[in-house]
Design a protein around this ligand. Structure first.
Ligand SMILES: *Cc1c(COP(=O)(O)O)cnc(C)c1O
Length: 229
């Protein structure tokens, strides 16, 4: 199937999951994850209505999206992969949002480099909720400390939380992971209002997005299901 067909198929599944969960489709953003995907195919996804894109590497994103961003100023580009310190300056200036903020050293770097932006840089805090890699803050206490740093900075705008569920067919494990993120969101909202600081819940990939919708996701990061042949 082509990209338009894949997206139509995903849209049907999103709508069905929304119906089951008593949610509205327009609460949820469908991000196209475009790592390893050519600009040609990214443009096809754009033609089919995708306006939010996720890349996992700074260099690859810069190469593909440099002119695309100028031609399509309403398109949003997020970094979703782990960010090394030596790439943080370029990342802070190029992306609309960094979803993979996973340590305080990185917060400091992003604060420093975001000074040169016209608008504050949106960031999501990544929480480790049991996926196989080690990325993400370990617990709520660590999130609180990072949140304080971000709110004090003025250059960064907190927007919410991100996680990756474990890669498994066990739906219960996936659900537990998403629930941890939702709970963390509730605690952060209480401690650091307003709600808008934490409103984005980025969770759900090709293999688990329906569960993510049931558990409150409002940003689905989908690669394979959109770009498969
Ligand atoms: C690759 C990737 C995705 C998309 O995964 P698919 O299974 O291809 O949908 C989502 N989030 C992150 C952080 C990724 O690295």
């Amino acid at each position: 199937m082509n990209i338009a067909g894949n997206i139509a198929n995903i849209e049907e599944r999103i709508q069905r999951a929304c119906n089951n969960a008593g949610r509205k489709r327009d609460e949820i953003v469908l991000m196209g994850v475009t790592k390893f995907i050519s600009l040609e195919r990214i443009k096809e996804a754009y033609q089919s209505g995708i306006r939010c894109f996720g890349e996992s590497k700074v260099k690859e994103a810069a190469e593909k999206f440099d002119s695309f961003k100028i031609d399509h100023p309403e398109a949003q580009l997020h970094l979703i992969g782990s960010l090394q310190r030596n790439k943080s300056k370029q990342a802070a200036l190029f992306f609309d949002c960094i979803q993979s903020v996973d340590r305080d050293e990185l917060v400091d770097e992003l604060v420093k480099h975001s000074m040169f932006r016209a608008e504050p840089l949106k960031v999501l805090l990544e929480l480790h909720t049991g996926e196989d890699t080690k990325s993400g803050y370990a617990d709520l206490d660590a999130l609180y400390k990072a949140a304080e740093k971000i709110l004090k900075s003025g250059n960064l705008k907190p927007a919410g939380l991100m996680t990756m569920a474990p890669y498994t067919t066990d739906d219960n494990l996936i659900r537990l992971s998403f629930r941890q993120l939702r709970n963390a969101q509730k605690e952060l909202e209480k401690r650091f209002p307003p709600y808008e600081n934490w409103s984005c819940l980025s969770m759900g990939m090709s293999n688990d997005f329906e569960t993510a919708i049931e558990e409150g996701s409002n940003l689905l990061r989908i690669g394979g299901a959109i770009f498969k042949d």
